[in-house]
Design a protein around this ligand. Structure first.
Ligand code: ADP
Length: 683
């Protein structure tokens, strides 16, 4: 904030509303103008050498002190007193100046200002009317006694008319302004509500879409295992897989866009060679252009090409623009041109397609805006360009367009170049492909077990049952239903969806805890709602899995949970009943939180936990073993891995080494081995 801004906000607080802030700013400006006036008077007096002492000492100094005092009260947030004092100061000074210092110079007209200024700052009618009457009297009465002016100078009716009409006019504009302001506030509140609704709607829809996508993915997996893999079957599988990935990407775009709007969406950036990125995009798209008989060129004429960006998101943004070029061009060519200009890298994607008319150009970067044409009728969502623009801007760049109908369009991206020679450039991500550890045999699942499956979606239940074919399944449609079923069945583990009618997964798990059920739970969630909701899970004893997931991933997670639970039971059975410590669930939660916050320290051990919570190491061991089934060291590792998973979700491109360090692993290879063992996914 610059000095001017700081000055005009003097006296404002974080919860000052818009109207109040306006008054505060205006008041500070008034005071400032007054200080300048005092200074000018002072200087004028010094220069003219007339009555230096009288004017300077008698008028300027007290005047300055009065304004300063008023402003101090205002600064201390005694607004009403400050405003009243301010108006009284104007009246007093006008009285003094017009009757003593500059008598006969018509300074009485300054009285007109006082009630008008009062009106601007003060809302209480009675105070304003008092000021009006009082100043009117001050304006008239002295003149009846002193003989500064010829008789009847101020007695003219038009003078009184002027006096009151100024007040009435200011009053009118003030009321009008307040009315407009209220209207505006109402409108912006409505817009905000609508936006919130939209975001919630996106989240819900994404959740709904993820369920069928998971099922389709699972079914394709099933086909791979159960149907002979003829070339035709493989082709169909590949096509379905591709389409499913496309849907997942689209849902991610919508969710990211919603997130960008509501929360402090931050992008992790790092130095990256943009030419390398474009080369890759070019290779990805080349076959598609070939299929459509469009020439696809790239021209690179830049020396520097290192920019500070989030490469995953920028790649999605540029790809959106190229997809559009492909979609809206029927013949001719599309060119990606990279140049360097004014310390910026400029990427221009030009096509010879249908073009955009001038009336549509200002709107194409708005969310959900689609031009009405035949190509759009066949599909599209209108979010591609909005997403690209937000992303490019979040990366410090700019996206603009030039276009002519039937001639073609050019989308221009500019990004600031990094100058430093020493920057460490990140190479292409080669480790993004997921690969699952093959699960040898899921022994625990072969023993007789019963699980409770809580999901309102019939298809999802059928899919999950088909994965867990050998295990007895009790089905429930929502949390409420599940709690009832729990009373009449012995359950070994629970799989629950997050979003369900009547009682959702979150409330259901909370109820389970209240009723002291110690059954391990796996919660199925969409990426959008995992962050806030997983906090209720007892890490190590419960787990969550994000849709769409794969069969192996789910099986591995269940196996892991059952193993922990078995260890817990074995431990509690091995010691006499009376030795089992009754542990408050909140203690485990606090320990969990403490580890989560401190585990980036590579020297963190169970001793730190024991000291922090004032318990012995053996007591810590007993508590964790009987509640979760894990030893303190295993529990620390579990939380470190969960934290790593959460960080990776937020920053998909984080370097492995950095991630390992953030959760307190000194050796990257050891970390990566543990991660893969735990989640079945290579990192
Ligand atoms: P959509 O999913 O409809 O393509 P976008 O946000 O990507 O959504 O684009 C918004 C609109 O801008 C599109 O409906 C399309 O009419 C227009 N548009 C975008 N790119 C081009 C292009 N290269 N040529 C012509 N029109 C384009």
């Amino acid at each position: 904030m610059n000095f001017y801004q700081q000055y005009i906000n003097l006296g404002a607080s974080a919860n000052s509303d818009k109207n109040e802030l306006k008054k505060i700013n205006l008041f500070n400006v008034f005071c400032f103008v007054w200080y300048i006036l005092i200074l000018l008077m002072f200087v004028e007096d010094l220069v003219s050498f007339k009555q230096i002492k009288q004017v300077t000492w008698i008028a300027c100094i007290p005047m300055f002190l009065l304004v300063l005092g008023t402003q101090y009260l205002h600064y201390k947030k005694h607004y009403l007193i400050a405003y009243i004092l301010f108006v009284l100061t104007i009246i007093t000074l006008t009285y003094y100046f017009s009757n003593y210092l500059y008598k006969g110079e018509l300074l009485e007209y300054y009285y007109f200002l006082a009630p008008a200024i009062g009106l601007i700052f003060i809302d209480k009618k009675i105070i304003n009317l008092t000021f009006l009457g009082f100043t009117y009297l001050c304006f008239f009465i002295p003149n009846l006694f002193y003989e500064h002016y010829p008789i009847l100078t101020f007695n003219d009716l038009s003078v009184s008319f002027l006096f009151f009409s100024i007040y009435i006019m200011v009053n009118y504009f003030k009321n009008l302004n307040q009315k407009n302001e209220a209207e505006l506030q109402k409108k912006s509140k409505e817009l905000e509500d609508l936006n919130q609704f939209k975001t919630q709607f996106f989240t819900n829809i994404s959740h709904e879409i993820r369920t069928p996508v998971t099922i389709i993915k699972g079914q394709v997996e099933e086909l791979k295992h159960n149907v002979p893999q003829t070339p035709e079957v493989q082709r169909i599988e590949a096509t379905v897989q591709k389409q499913v990935n496309k849907i997942t990407e689209m849902v991610n775009d919508v969710l990211d866009l919603a997130k960008m709007q509501t929360s402090n969406f931050k992008l992790e950036t790092k130095p990256y060679d943009i030419v390398q990125l474009i080369e890759r995009i070019y290779l990805n798209f080349e076959p598609l252009f070939k299929q459509k008989n469009i020439h696809f060129y790239k021209e690179i004429t830049c020396k520097n090409s290192i920019v500070n960006i989030n490469n995953t998101y920028v790649e999605r943004a540029i790809s959106n623009i190229i997809i559009n070029a492909l979609k809206y061009t029927n013949n001719g060519n599309v060119t990606i041109n990279i140049t360097e200009k004014n310390n910026k890298i400029v990427i221009a994607v030009s096509d010879t397609g249908i073009g955009i008319s001038p009336k549509n150009i200002p709107h194409i970067f708005n969310r959900f805006y689609q031009i009405n044409n035949d190509i759009n009728k066949a599909g599209g969502s209108g979010i591609g360009l909005a997403f690209s623009k937000e992303i490019i801007e979040l990366n410090g760049g700019n996206l603009s367009v030039k276009s002519k109908v039937d001639k073609g369009s050019t989308f221009v991206i500019s990004l600031p170049l990094l100058k430093e020679k020493s920057v460490k450039i990140t190479s292409e991500d080669t480790n993004q492909k997921k690969s699952y550890k093959t699960i040898p045999t899921i022994n625990l699942l072969k023993t007789k077990k019963t699980f409770l499956l809580v999901d309102d979606n019939q298809d999802m239940r059928t899919y999950l049952k088909s994965i867990l074919l050998n295990i007895k399944c009790i089905e429930a449609e929502n949390g409420e239903d599940a709690l009832k079923k729990l009373q009449s069945h012995k359950i070994d583990f629970i799989i629950t969806d997050y979003m369900m009618p009547k009682m959702n997964g979150y409330t259901f798990i909370k109820e389970l805890r209240n009723l002291q059920y110690n059954i391990p739970v796996i919660m199925l969630t969409a990426k959008a709602d995992y962050e806030s909701k997983i906090s209720i899970l007892r890490l190590g004893a419960d787990d969550y899995i994000i849709k769409p997931f794969e069969r192996e991933e789910l099986l591995l997670r269940i196996q892991h949970l059952l193993k922990n639970n078995k260890k817990r039971k074995e431990y509690t059975n091995s010691i006499p009943n009376k030795e089992i410590e009754k542990t408050e669930p909140s203690i485990i939660e606090n320990i969990q939180k403490y580890i989560y916050e401190n585990c980036s320290n590579t020297k963190f051990t169970q001793n730190d936990i024991a000291t922090e919570f004032g318990i012995s190491k053996s007591s810590l061991y007993r508590k964790l073993k009987s509640e979760i089934g894990l030893s303190p060291q295993e529990f620390i590792t579990e939380i470190k891995l969960q934290k790593a998973k959460a960080i990776r979700m937020q920053q998909p491109t984080i370097l492995l080494k950095q991630l390992a360090l953030e959760v307190g692993f000194k050796h990257t290879s050891h970390f990566s081995e543990k991660y893969t063992q735990r989640f079945g996914v290579k990192i």
